[in-house]
Structure formats: structure tokens, C-alpha cells
Design a protein around this ligand. Structure first.
Ligand SMILES: *Cc1c(COP(=O)(O)O)cnc(C)c1O
Length: 425
């Protein structure tokens, strides 16, 4: 038995499924999850001492790669001054100021500890601000695991073929209207019929939890216009895309000013930190100023804030996203060219430092099309790549991430590994 297998067996004794978040269990792809002992730059090492080029990056946060010296240094310095106070600190203001400077749509924000908290709080705020209950989300988009958002969601729910969760009261789910991504007509119809009851649209502006699907320009424009016309709020859930697709996030690429934005992942640099914010008149409804309650013992944690600040400062260089985008595109172009020349139905796309691959001839535009891609082929590809030391997300429905630590030779080694896999599959 390998050390990974021993650990997985032991883990299942006291942890359900042996993992603290479902997709980590390799349920969709089969096999034994890798237990990691160390990460450095683009690489991770598992419990058996095998090295992998990592394209998961802790599911998105590690845009600088593992254990980046500037981030580790900032964390060490912050930790020595105390792990938590439950009282305000100056660094929180620095981070809030920086985020508001980088994202013009954010006039005010609040720090929380996970993407789930950010979206859950943004929705409560949208409901409190508008005095309405209904929420529009799109099939295959994942916004964390709060009850009203666990309806036809992506990520682990797709991986396990279970787009809604048990334990969510029907009455809660009834206020969530689920529409198809990129379907403008359905959106128009929903607002025509229920426009006065809709508090908000929440959307992944680049859907990364059903692998990678870009929102069309018409869809983006319709979301902005319909919410504005009907007094509803537009919430950009940029937990994944924030500082991953560009320094002004997806909203910068789209030229859109959302009413509220959720951030997470990159913004915490690998520590538990997230944020939600936006229009000052909306944020003024939050306690202690207003009637919408939201709180957190560890919110704005000084160690997490230090990691976030160090990460954002390191990626602020002009040209950072040009290089990252070029590298990511180099990978997807390389994979697509190889698959095509082997006659394998395959599509690949990249936005900034995130990428998606599907074993289907055309790039899917919504959840239904994503589900038609060849999952069995993905699973074979995943395991063959894993054997060759390439760590991809263990699911056909999760985006991949390239970090600034991935060198040209890492990318070439990845493409070479794929070449040997495609040539026999
Ligand atoms: C990861 C993710 C979340 C949830 O964040 P957690 O920190 O895992 O709670 C929410 N929205 C999107 C778009 C995400 O990718």
C-alpha cells in the first residue's frame, strides 16, 4: 500500500469520505487522492514523495505559486504579532483601500473568511436593501454552499451528479430562480414575469465551476440592463475570477459596474479571506450602520490580511497579467493542437490565468452542453496525466489555474505529457 493509500484509509475513519471538501476525494475520477506534504512554486509533493506540476493551485488562490517568499514572509511577520484580536487593525484598512482603488465598482467592502460567507452575505444584503426575496442564479454556477445558492449549482455538486443538496428546505430553494447561462430570452422572461420580486442576479462572470464558460456580451449587457430597469441588484461573484483574469477582475474585462462584488481565493493569497462590497448606499444597510446583520469572529484576520496584501502587491506589476495570459494560452493552444491532430474531440479556452478543457468538439456555452462532454475520456486523461506528474483538478467540471511560478519548461513538460497520453487514447 502506498503512503497516500494508507493516509486515505486512515482519514476515512474520522472524516466523512476522508476529506474536508468533497471534490478532494477523487469521487468522480476514481482512485486515491494525493495527500500533499509540501508545495514550492509550480510544484507540489505528495506523501509518497512524487512531484507534480500543479494546475489546481489550492483551487485558485495561489496565483504566485506555492510558498511564495513575499507571502510567507508577510504571514510570518503578522503571526509573530498575534494571530487574531477580534478588534480592528490598520492592515484591514490598507487592504480595503487597495481593493477599492483597484475595483472602481467597490465603494465600500467588508472582509469575511470564505467565498461562501461573501456570497451568502451579499445576498442577504441585496434582499435587505431591495425588500425583495427572489434571487436569479444560473445552472452550473457555484456560489459556495449557503442554502439559497445550493440549487442547480456547479463544482462538487456537478462532479457528483447532484446539482442540488439534501437539507435545503424547499421553501428556501423556492426563492431561487434558476436559468440557463447565456440565455438572454429566459432572463428577459423572468424579469417580465417576476421583475418586482427579484432582489438580485448572482453570476459567475466567467463560469469556472462547470469548467470554463464565458458569458456572451449580449448576456452580460442583458443582466446589467434588466437589473437596472427593475430595481434589482447585479452581484458579480468574482470569488474565482477576482485578480485571476485581470487586475480589474472580470468586471474590468466586461466593462461592467456591478452593484455588488464577491471576492475570495486570490484575494487571500492562500489564507482564509474573502470580501464583498460595492455601492456605498447598499453597503450602508449593513450592521452596525443598518438593519442587515453580518459578522465574523475571525473576519479581517491579521495573518490572512497580510497574505492578501502581499499577494495583491506582488501581482500589481504592469505586465503581470499579460505574461500570465500568454502562458495560459500557450498551454491551452498546445493541448488543443495535440488533441486535434490526434482526432480527439476537444476544446480548450483561457481567460487570464484560468483555463478550461472539455472533451467535446465545440466549447460548451451552458450547463446542458457541458454535461454532454465526454467525462470518461476526461477521467482517463486525468489519471494518465497524474501518472506523469501533472496535477489537474480531479473533475471534468473544474477550471484549471496557471500561476506566475509556472515556467515555459513546466508548460512544455505538461504539453509533452499530454502528447504521450493523446497518442495512445
Ligand atoms: C470557490 C467559490 C466560492 C466559494 O468559496 P469558498 O471559499 O470555497 O467558500 C464561491 N463562488 C465562486 C465563484 C467560487 O469559485
Amino acid at each position: 500500500m502506498s503512503r497516500n493509500e494508507q493516509l486515505f484509509e486512515r482519514a476515512q475513519r474520522h472524516i466523512p469520505g476522508g476529506v474536508n471538501s468533497p471534490v478532494r476525494a477523487f469521487g468522480a475520477v476514481g482512485g486515491t487522492p494525493r495527500f500533499f506534504t509540501r508545495g514550492e512554486g509550480a510544484y507540489v509533493w505528495d506523501a509518497d514523495g512524487k512531484r507534480y506540476i500543479d494546475y489546481v493551485g489550492s483551487w485558485g488562490p495561489l496565483i504566485l505559486g506555492h510558498a511564495h517568499p513575499a507571502v510567507i514572509d508577510a504571514v510570518e511577520r503578522a503571526a509573530r504579532n498575534g494571530l487574531s484580536f477580534g478588534a480592528p487593525t490598520e492592515a484591514e484598512i490598507d487592504l480595503a483601500d487597495l481593493l477599492c482603488e483597484l475595483l472602481p465598482s467597490m465603494q465600500q467592502l467588508r472582509l469575511v473568511s470564505s467565498g461562501t460567507e461573501a456570497t451568502m452575505s451579499a445576498i442577504r444584503l441585496a434582499r435587505g436593501f431591495t425588500g425583495r426575496n427572489k434571487l436569479i442564479k444560473f445552472e452550473g454556477c457555484y456560489h459556495g454552499h449557503a442554502d439559497s445558492l445550493l440549487v442547480k449549482a456547479g463544482s462538487g455538486l456537478l462532479t457528483f451528479g447532484n446539482p442540488s443538496s439534501a437539507g435545503v428546505p424547499a421553501a428556501v430553494a423556492a426563492d431561487t430562480i434558476v436559468l440557463s447561462y447565456n440565455d438572454v430570452a429566459a432572463l428577459e422572461q423572468a424579469f417580465a414575469e417576476q421583475g418586482n420580486d427579484i432582489a438580485a442576479i448572482i453570476v459567475e462572470p466567467v463560469a469556472g465551476n462547470m469548467n470554463l464558460i464565458e458569458a456572451s456580451p449580449e448576456f452580460i449587457a442583458a443582466m446589467r440592463k434588466l437589473t437596472q430597469d427593475h430595481g434589482a441588484l447585479l452581484i458579480y461573484d468574482e470569488v474565482m475570477t477576482g485578480f485571476r483574469v485581470g487586475m480589474q477582475c472580470a468586471q474590468g474585462l466586461h466593462g461592467i459596474t456591478p452593484d455588488l462584488t464577491c471576492l475570495g481565493k486570490v484575494v487571500g493569497g492562500g489564507m482564509p479571506l474573502a470580501a464583498f462590497g460595492g455601492r456605498a448606499d447598499v453597503m450602508a444597510k449593513l450592521a452596525p450602520l443598518g438593519p442587515v446583520y453580518q459578522a465574523g469572529t475571525l473576519s479581517g484576520n491579521p495573518v490572512a490580511v497580510a497574505a492578501g496584501l502581499a499577494t495583491l502587491n506582488a501581482i500589481r506589476n504592469p505586465g503581470f497579467f499579460d505574461t500570465l495570459s500568454t502562458n495560459t494560452r500557450y498551454l491551452t493552444d498546445g493541448l488543443r493542437a495535440l488533441a486535434t491532430s490526434s482526432g480527439i474531440p476537444f476544446s480548450a479556452q483561457a481567460v487570464g490565468g484560468m483555463f478550461g478543457i472539455y472533451f467535446s468538439a465545440n466549447a460548451p456555452q451552458n450547463y446542458q452542453q457541458a454535461m454532454q462532454s465526454d467525462r470518461e475520456h476526461f477521467n482517463r486523461f486525468f489519471h494518465a496525466m497524474l501518472d506523469q506528474g501533472i496535477y489537474l483538478a480531479p473533475s471534468a467540471f473544474e477550471a484549471g489555474f496557471v500561476s506566475a511560478a509556472h515556467t515555459e519548461s513546466d508548460l512544455k513538460a505538461t504539453i509533452a505529457a499530454a502528447q504521450s497520453v493523446f497518442s495512445v487514447s
